[in-house]
Design a protein around this ligand. Structure first.
Ligand SMILES: [Zn+2]
Length: 86
């Protein structure tokens, strides 16, 4: 676990706890009951509810990478289930 790089206390956007820690973790992502793991995501993680808060700029290209990986997974799941592309 790393300290927050700018030392600021951040508030979780999901549960409101002031318990976010800057960390790199594998992030599970679930879509239509299918789950995959997005590896080594650097973000602010809430110690209370576990929600990750991706901060553009602060964590480099992490937002884009997670967005792209999640999007690719969603496309794959939809294809497997025979659903139309989004
Ligand atoms: Zn939270």
């Amino acid at each position: 676990m790393r300290r927050n790089p700018d030392g600021k206390i951040r508030i979780c956007g999901t549960c409101g706890a002031k318990a976010l820690v800057f960390d790199t973790r594998d992030m599970p992502h679930t879509y239509l009951d299918e789950t995959h793991i997005i590896k080594q995501v650097t973000a602010y993680y809430c110690s209370t509810c576990g929600e990750a808060q991706l901060a553009a700029g602060q964590s480099g290209g992490e937002c884009d990478r997670v967005f792209n990986e999640a999007g690719a997974f969603i496309a794959k799941v939809r294809e497997q289930k025979g659903l139309p592309k989004l």
